[in-house]
Design a protein around this ligand. Sequence first.
Ligand code: GDP
Ligand code: MG
Length: 440
Amino acid sequence: QLSASFEDAVKGLRGQATISDTNVDNALRQVRRALLEADVSLSVVKKFIEEVRRKAIGTEVVRGIKPDQKFIQVVYEQLVKLMGTENTPLIRNNGKPTVILMAGLQGAGKTTASAKLALYLKSQGAKVLMVAADIYRPAAIDQLHVLGKQIDVEVFSISKDVQPEEIAAASIQKGCEEGFDCIIIDTAGRLQIDTAMMEEMVRIKSAVSPDEILLVVDSMIGQEAAEITRTFHEQVGITGAILTKLDGDARGGAALSIRKVSGAPIKFIGVGEKVEALQPFHPERMASRILGMGDVLTLVEKAQKEVELADVEQMQKKLQEASFDFSDFLQQMRLIKSMGSLGGLMKMIPGMNKIDSTMIKQGEAQLKRIEAMIGSMTPQERQNPELLASQPRRRGRIAQGSGHTQNEVDKMLVDFQKMRGFMQQMTRGNNLGNPLSMGN
Ligand code: GDP
Ligand code: MG
């Protein structure tokens, strides 16, 4: 009887279901497959999925969507968070040249990315110098000169008989003397990770003390991205990455692997062979691309917005009609408890922007008591709070039924009346203070 009426009280509230161990399995499979298809490395996928699973259990799901769809949204948000939420810009020095060292395997797109970056920085007003420190491939120095001409950026080179670290050191001296703002050092890659390449990178690094060491990774390289990143990061230490060739059909899972393995942000993406084809990295766009479930994400977002809007509109109407009852009270407390929906509510109700997290915590403790008491009310009592105000015997019964003292029930009733008054004031645009401090 008691639990049935509680069911009733809860019906129509926002949290219709939560993500649980049982309903999440199907979604986990979908997400795992999507990540692997996007070429996120297997070990990264495993770790990531377990983390998200733990985080997602217990998450409330709004009407109109399924727990597994909601789970995919949680995964998406976690992906975005993991990749840094916002774009991380390049480090820039004031007064002395910013030194950027390009690292990566042969063919990854280092030389192209050097020119792209040079053009990007030039367009921001910087005086840029590119440095040809790849002395192994015969055409490498020429390639950089050609690109330099194309974008009208000076290229510094010596000859293939001078060691890369000496070339790099000389370029820094020139850069300082001639007032360059940025020096981009293009280095040699190998087809695979090898000791000689790593040692050379370390020597160049000590010769120039770069501000940025950007690992250039071909997004088509797939699963290997994690291992390449690990090696470069352990042996040289990277400050960021550029993910290239995203104009192809790579889903971009390398972005997740790079970030997860090194902790370094992806700063740019390459989207074509042309020197203009460089874009700042945006975690949200990449997360959508990696998941490849844009339709699900849109659906969840839409359902959530609809529920929030419906809740707020319904509440405002009730307040205007002064029919705010105990069920609404419970719903309000729940709304306040979940910050996400509070955000939506705050936008619509003037003066609601003074609620902080301590108040939310206080509200949570109260919510438990209130839920129990409202659960012990009859439907008439819930709809008609005046019945309780006028009949102490009803309050006694509710106290017994919910395991509280009559005093506590009386206090809850006072809280309710304050909340109702507060809500009514709010819709008129007056701020009476903190709605959750009542009864304390
Ligand atoms: P490096 O050996 O690391 O210096 O690589 P390169 O800069 O010489 O690039 C290798 C090849 O990849 C060249 O043919 C480039 O045109 C091509 N490339 C580089 N970046 C991109 C990109 O973002 N998109 C596409 N489609 N091709 C790229
Ligand atoms: Mg090159």
